[in-house]
Design a protein around this ligand. Structure first.
Ligand SMILES: N[C@@H](CCC(=O)N[C@@H](CS)C(=O)NCC(=O)O)C(=O)O
Length: 212
C-alpha cells in the first residue's frame, strides 16, 4: 500500500501524522509551506480544491477531513487500537473527532486568521476575543471529561491525537491553559509519547528548512 500524508507545520495535519506513527505505518510525508501558499498551487488544488491539509493519498486515491482520515487509519491498522473496541465507546471517540474538527478548530482559525471573519461591524480584535471565549467554553467541557483520566478513553486513541493538536494550537495562539489543570496535565502527558515527540521534531526540522 502506498500512503502519502500532505501536511504543513503547526496545522491539524499533526493529528493524523501522530496516528500514522502510532500505527507503525509505512508512509511518506509531503510538507507544504503555507508561507509560500503551496496549498494554492495548481497541482495541489488538482488533488484537493479545498486547498487544505491533511490530505491522505492511498494508492492514488485522495481522502480529506480529519475524522475520515483517522477512521481510515484506525481501520487499516487495527493492532494500534486507535479507536476503542466497544461499539459505544467507538462512536464516542468519533464524536470527539467531530468535536475537534467542527466544534473547536473553527475558533482556532478565527484567532489565527481573524481577517477572514471580520466585516464592518466586527473588528479583528473582536473576532479574536470571540475565538478565545468559545475556546474557553469548549475547554471547560474537556476539563470535566478529563477528570481522573489519563486519556479520553481507556487507552490512547485517535481522539487524543486530534485533541492534542487542538490544545497545542490554542496555546501557540495565546490561549492560557493555566486555569484548566486537567487539560494542562493531559497535554503534557500526550506530549511525552514517542510518536508525538517524533512528529514535533519533524515539524521543527521542516520549519527550519522552510526558513533557510
Ligand atoms: N475540516 C478540515 C479542516 C482542515 C483545515 O482547516 N486545515 C487548515 C490547516 S489547520 C488548512 O489547510 N488551511 C489552508 C487554507 O485554508 O488554505 C479537517 O478537519 O480536516
Amino acid at each position: 500500500m502506498d500512503i502519502t500524508l500532505y501536511y504543513a507545520p503547526n496545522t491539524c495535519a499533526l493529528a493524523p501524522f501522530i496516528s500514522l506513527r502510532e500505527a507503525g505505518a509505512d508512509f511518506k510525508v509531503k510538507a507544504l509551506n503555507f508561507r509560500k501558499k503551496e496549498q494554492m498551487a495548481a497541482d495541489y488544488m488538482a488533488m484537493t480544491p479545498k486547498h487544505k491539509v491533511p490530505l491522505l493519498i492511498v494508492d492514488g486515491r485522495g481522502l480529506t477531513e480529519n475524522p475520515a482520515i483517522q477512521l481510515w487509519i484506525a481501520r487499516t491498522f487495527p493492532q494500534a487500537r486507535l479507536l476503542p473496541q466497544d461499539p459505544w465507546r467507538e462512536v464516542e471517540a468519533i464524536s470527539v473527532l467531530s468535536w475537534c474538527a467542527s466544534g473547536i478548530h473553527p475558533h482556532l482559525s478565527r484567532i489565527n486568521s481573524p481577517e477572514k471573519y471580520c466585516c464592518a461591524d466586527v473588528s479583528v480584535e473582536e473576532a479574536k476575543a470571540l475565538g478565545y471565549r468559545f475556546l474557553d467554553e469548549n475547554f471547560q467541557v474537556l476539563e470535566k471529561m478529563l477528570s481522573g483520566r489519563e486519556f479520553l478513553f481507556d487507552h490512547f486513541t485517535a481522539a487524543d491525537a486530534h485533541m492534542f493538536w487542538c490544545l497545542r494550537r490554542a496555546q501557540q495562539l495565546g490561549f492560557d491553559l493555566a486555569g484548566l489543570p486537567n487539560c494542562l496535565s493531559y497535554f503534557d502527558r500526550i506530549s511525552q509519547r514517542p510518536s508525538v515527540r517524533d512528529v514535533v521534531a519533524f515539524e521543527a526540522q521542516t520549519l527550519a528548512a522552510f526558513a533557510a
